[in-house]
Design a binder for this molecule. Sequence first.
Ligand SMILES: Cc1cc2nc3c(=O)[nH]c(=O)nc-3n(C[C@H](O)[C@H](O)[C@H](O)COP(=O)(O)OP(=O)(O)OC[C@H]3O[C@@H](n4cnc5c(N)ncnc54)[C@H](O)[C@@H]3O)c2cc1C
Length: 319
Amino acid sequence: MSKKVIIIGSGIAGISSSLKLKSYGVNSTIVDKGNFIGGRISTREVKIDSNLNYFFHGAQFFTAKTNEFKKIIREGIKRKYIKEFGNFYPRRYRGNKSMREFLLNLSKELDIQQKIKINEIRPSNNRINLLEDNKKEWKTYDGVISTLPAPQNYELLKNFPSLQETLKTGSYNACIALMFTLDQIPVDLKTHYDFYKKPGILAWMAAGSNPNVWTAHTNEKFSDLNYHKDKNFLKKEILSSIKKKFGKSNIKFHSLHIWRYAKVAKKCLGRQIDPRYPVAIAGDCLEGPNIEGAFVSGQKAADLIFDRFQKSSQNFYQT
Ligand SMILES: Cc1cc2nc3c(=O)[nH]c(=O)nc-3n(C[C@H](O)[C@H](O)[C@H](O)COP(=O)(O)OP(=O)(O)OC[C@H]3O[C@@H](n4cnc5c(N)ncnc54)[C@H](O)[C@@H]3O)c2cc1C
């Protein structure tokens, strides 16, 4: 089907939408304002003694319940860009060697353009006009899937009130990620620590691609109260919590990343596609607070857009 479709966001929801459309024979272009693919599935590279190491300062692993996502994992394991992480039940997975590697492989045949920010979306007859940052001319598309976190999507979709109705029903918790390295690896070191429902300010802490490269995430309560505070204060607070775990090792601060919209606190309810225009929304806020939720939402958005195209071509031939 020859249709011009744009997907905003190269996170897992955007990639999943594009893959599903491709399976129907519809090509799409993904654009993203960031430097790298992945959105909240983020990887930071660091060179230690001339070796490349990776921090995972967004999502640290993924799980799979649906058949479609299990299929993605089976394929990734077969092709060696996904590996099992730890010894958990249900099983947890990571990209091999990095979380970015997972997405790069998954999206190999897709058209993805980074460093493009979309500033405005407007209806135009039965098509859609988009305005890129720093560009004066509008580009026209037959279909749009927008996958930003709900509050940002709400702002972008101001000309589509029925989608805004859906987007305003969801909410997110923040998360503060501190990346650090250890000069000496303790002999009895675990690869992860889980602090859920325990006193303190951390939710989770885990090694990245190597046991001396770590990321700690603060819990929802601390994150929501403090994400806007001074970075030196945040760094000090988190480092003092971490020190208790690593005994004699020297902890070297690498960097801090603030996620304002990290994890879905309340899912969005309502329409996923505009009743009149071929504009759909996707993202974890629609299906659940994790990578798989975002993946599933992308598949559903692609189904809705494809269905809309089919109905409009039937109407065209009937009139
Ligand atoms: C710290 C942290 C830890 C997490 N841990 C886990 C975990 O262990 N396991 C798990 O399953 N999930 C985890 N999650 C949740 C998981 O990362 C998300 O559910 C999932 O990645 C969301 O994907 P998405 O495609 O919906 O959104 P995103 O990944 O946020 O993608 C949206 C994209 O839109 C782009 N964008 C925004 N505005 C514009 C614009 N105007 N123009 C163009 N592009 C734009 C952004 O750059 C971004 O790349 C974690 C999240 C965080 C932040």
